[in-house]
Design a protein around this ligand. Sequence first.
Ligand code: ADP
Ligand code: ZN
Length: 220
Amino acid sequence: MVIIMLGAPGTGKGTIAKILSENLNIPQVSTGDIFRKHIKEGTELGKIAESYISKGQLVADDVTIGLVNSRLDEKDVQNGIILDGFPRTVKQAEALDEMLAKRNKKVDMVINLTTPEEEIIERIVNRRICSNPDCKTVYNIILNPPKKEGICDVCGHELIQRKDDNVETVKKRLQNYFMQTSPLVEYYEKQGTLKTEEVSKSINRLGGDVAKDILENLKR
Ligand code: ADP
Ligand code: ZN
């Protein structure tokens, strides 16, 4: 099964993908996480990615598509994949359809997350992430703080704040989302795979609630 997480930054794509991944036993593949790993390790790809990410821009399509294309050949994703943060442009979506068709696969479900913009900004600047790459649990220092400041409840590793999680970069990332990524809503609507879910504290519905409903629907 191929599941895509769609939505602006800070809508809960990663949180929901993680829960689905653990319950469905399908790997979560986040292009953002892969780029951050390369940046940390100082690889060539990392250097290229950093030049875009630090400015709040999307990494070039050919770079991102190439990365996903090789990831799709790995053994662990043959029974399914949860794509978190890819595709983000129409060009990437078209490339993904082709890459999957070549492997006799298709996009099965697109989960489109929506959240009011003020809430997104508040959520991102207060976001802290577990630094353990096998954990990556996401906290919010106001809404969902860890029991001990700066430490992950689940695994005890240190929590970190992403460099691009500041107000200025978030505003750019939101602009990019509306210009480059939001056309994908129509793209997948036409394919009949889109499922839109609102994630907002104003309706008392956060990532965990949405994930639970999706899992229940899949069981039926
Ligand atoms: P968020 O959804 O909070 O912006 P991600 O971890 O998904 O966070 O992405 C972080 C950054 O990595 C993005 O701002 C962008 O620069 C880059 N990136 C991630 N996925 C893609 C993609 N599919 N295409 C282009 N750039 C990407
Ligand atoms: Zn942790």
